[in-house]
Design a protein around this ligand. Structure first.
Ligand code: HEM
Length: 373
């Protein structure tokens, strides 16, 4: 059974090969007592170190404790393998002022601006803390979030949470590229764990950039966007239109300028009548580093289907997750461009959003948040 180490320079769940399932939770902090928050983060550290290694959340386990007390683990993971569980923790912009930490909030950790076409639901957005649980078994991911929420009772409450399946990214060259709900390969041109220099440049927070970030060195920023896809409209468009909108072929995921899936797109290549083979308004043309000052993201999103609406349409889409070194250079300009010009935008509605600073990794004996609190 697959396990990933909990301790290390960076938190697991970022460069870790993307698992199949997600349970992502955003929490509101209910206290303004810094010591209480620190106690919770210590307790979460201990529980996360155990859960990710396939152990129960608490030392007594689901049935080993007092008969008269609630068990320190809820029990639904009994008998299940660790399933590659990773737990990744972040802190949101609103946390800082509440705890008198305003001086330590990095400039980069400012709530995202409104983008054209946003239809954000506040009940699916933001949060003081976030926890990303990824595993190859949904029950293992849900069990982890549930037990962290139980441990946090009285100090934090779940603000919203999102389930996801069918990873829409590859974060390792060893993984085949999965498909999103539009049926296209997603994750072809993603940053991969095998490219540590690129991760240093585009994902991790470096030392010495902003004095307010000294507690975040080795961490990252996480952008989450719940993006609904108008599936039924998409399903009535021609294959030609679908490929034009993405800029890649549906079967192979190859750029429309030619070559195989991993060939570099040639945005200058022209076909009949001198028209570019890749539409300049296609998603790939506008998201490519050439159109974004060389910027690359580590995308680690998931498909979601939250049942159907009363009109019988799928409440479905892509729960977009991206880890970046700085959202001001690595997300905001790109999303601004995509929101106003991307041909794909016609089939999307952004319904949730959040930005968190992802804490640096924890060493054996350390705890999440020790550099901040
Ligand atoms: C690439 C789909 C939203 C950034 C791609 C690809 C697909 C795709 C099919 C091509 C394969 C690949 O390289 O992974 C979607 C869908 C979205 C969505 C269905 C929404 C439901 C976004 C958003 C951003 C983004 C919100 C960032 C603001 C990128 C980037 C690439 C990419 C950076 C790689 C471009 C390249 O280097 O060639 N996306 N995407 N995508 N997407 Fe998206």
């Amino acid at each position: 059974a697959r396990t990933y180490p909990f301790h290390g320079a960076h938190q697991a769940g970022i460069a870790t090969p993307a698992q199949d399932r997600l349970h992502f939770a955003a929490f509101d902090v209910l206290t303004d007592d810094r010591a209480k928050l620190a106690r919770l983060l210590r307790a979460w550290t201990t529980a996360a170190a155990r859960l990710t290694q396939g152990l129960a959340a608490g030392e007594q386990g689901p049935t080993g404790g007092s008969y008269q007390a609630p068990p320190d683990d809820t029990g639904e993971a009994i008998g299940l393998p660790p399933s590659g569980l990773t737990l990744t923790f972040g802190v949101g912009p609103a946390l800082f002022d509440r705890f008198g930490l305003g001086q330590r909030r990095p400039e980069a950790l400012t709530p995202l601006p409104a983008f054209p076409g946003d239809a954000l639901d506040p009940d699916r957005s933001d949060g003081d803390l976030c926890v990303q649980a990824c595993a190859d078994d949904p029950q293992v991911a849900v069990h982890a979030i549930r037990n962290l929420a139980r441990i946090g009772m009285g100090t934090v409450s779940v603000r919203w949470s999102q389930l996801g399946f069918g990873r829409t990214s590859s974060t390792s060259t060893a993984q085949p590229t999965p498909r999103n709900m539009f049926g296209f390969k997603d994750g072809t041109a993603n940053l991969k764990a095998e490219e540590p220099d690129l991760l240093d440049r585009h994902v991790w927070v470096p030392a010495g950039r902003d004095p307010r970030e000294d507690w975040l060195v080795g961490g990252s920023y996480l952008v989450a966007r719940r993006i609904n896809m108008t599936i039924e409209t998409w399903d009535r468009t021609s294959l030609a239109e679908q490929e034009r909108v993405i800029g890649r072929s549906k079967a192979e995921g190859a750029p429309l300028s030619g070559g195989d899936e991993f060939a570099a797109p040639d945005f200058a290549a022209a076909g009949r009548g001198g028209l570019p083979l890749i539409d300049p308004r296609s998603h790939v043309a506008l998201a490519h580093p050439d159109a974004n000052d060389g910027v690359q993201l580590l995308r680690r999103g998931y498909n979601f289907v939250d049942g159907s609406t009363r009109l019988g349409r799928l409440d479905a889409g892509l729960f977009f997750l991206a880890f970046v070194t700085d959202p001001r250079t690595h997300f905001i300009p790109m999303q601004t461009r995509l929101a106003s010009r991307d041909a794909l935008q016609e089939y999307l509605r952004h319904t949730g959003s959040g930005l968190w600073a992802v804490l640096p990794g924890v060493n054996e004996g350390g705890w999440l948040g020790e550099t901040l609190l």
